[in-house]
Design a protein around this ligand. Structure first.
Ligand SMILES: *Cc1c(COP(=O)(O)O)cnc(C)c1O
Length: 229
């Protein structure tokens, strides 16, 4: 079931008091559901699919900050480059290059997070430490002029074992702390995007500065999003 205004406000206030930003994950949700939260004051929304994000961006208020949190394909970067606020899932040098290129084309500097693979499941996207190091070497060599690396994003395993989830968050937190010491004008590591409905409390205890929450705010997602409105 979706939250009411008082419940949203109490979550928002709790997160604000801890310095944690709330991204409302609105994938598969019709625009009316997004507008409901918007009217209460929610401005940051997260989407997973490029086509869906483009359609919603066209229909909804322009002061929404759109976060792309899904797996991004390089041939689709150009569609979101003109307006996206933060791309969470940059998980390869190839994607980073394309984001940089499209940002340059639209005359923007695009904020991004590098996605780390922290879960035990093979199916989750993200880089390991050596891929991260390679990207940072490219950054230091001046390869990326139109992106700004704001931090890291990760998804923990779907596990009942709290200790495992906690360890995975601790792992990405360590990488985040290292990233803070990067001396580059392309890197300002102030954002650690970890935690979803099932594990956001653990994520906050382990140092999240941004949580991505969908089903807790909107209720269960419709299985088939046949119509947006
Ligand atoms: C869907 C999704 C979320 C939100 O998941 P909930 O369990 O609905 O809170 C967060 N992050 C990513 C990357 C997602 O794909």
């Amino acid at each position: 079931m979706a939250v009411n205004k008082a419940q949203w406000l109490s979550l928002k206030n709790e997160l604000d008091s801890k310095g944690v930003a709330l991204i409302a994950v609105s994938k598969m949700q019709p625009v009316d559901n997004i507008l409901r939260l918007y009217e209460w004051g929610q401005r940051d929304f997260g989407e997973n699919y490029v086509q869906e994000l483009m359609e919603k961006e066209a229909l909804l208020p322009k002061d929404i900050r759109w976060h792309f949190i899904g797996h991004l394909q390089s041939n689709k970067v150009k569609y979101i480059a003109p307006f996206v606020h933060l791309i969470h899932g940059v998980d390869s040098k190839k994607i980073l290059k394309e984001v940089n290129k499209q940002a340059q084309k639209t005359g923007r500097i695009i904020n991004i997070l590098l996605q780390m693979h922290i879960a035990s499941e093979e199916t989750k996207f993200g880089m390991d430490e050596s891929e991260l190091a390679e990207i940072l070497a490219g950054v230091n060599a001046g390869a990326f002029t139109h992106v700004h690396i704001k931090g890291l994003m990760g998804m923990a395993s779907f596990s009942e074992k709290e200790s495992q989830v906690r360890q995975e968050f601790q792992k990405i937190k360590r990488e985040f702390e290292k990233l803070k010491h990067e001396k580059s004008n392309v890197v300002t590591a102030d954002t650690l995007s970890i935690g979803m409905t099932a594990d956001y409390k653990i994520a906050i205890e382990e140092g999240a500065t941004m949580v991505r929450i969908g089903s807790m705010l909107f209720g269960n997602r419709p299985r088939n999003a046949t119509s947006l409105s």
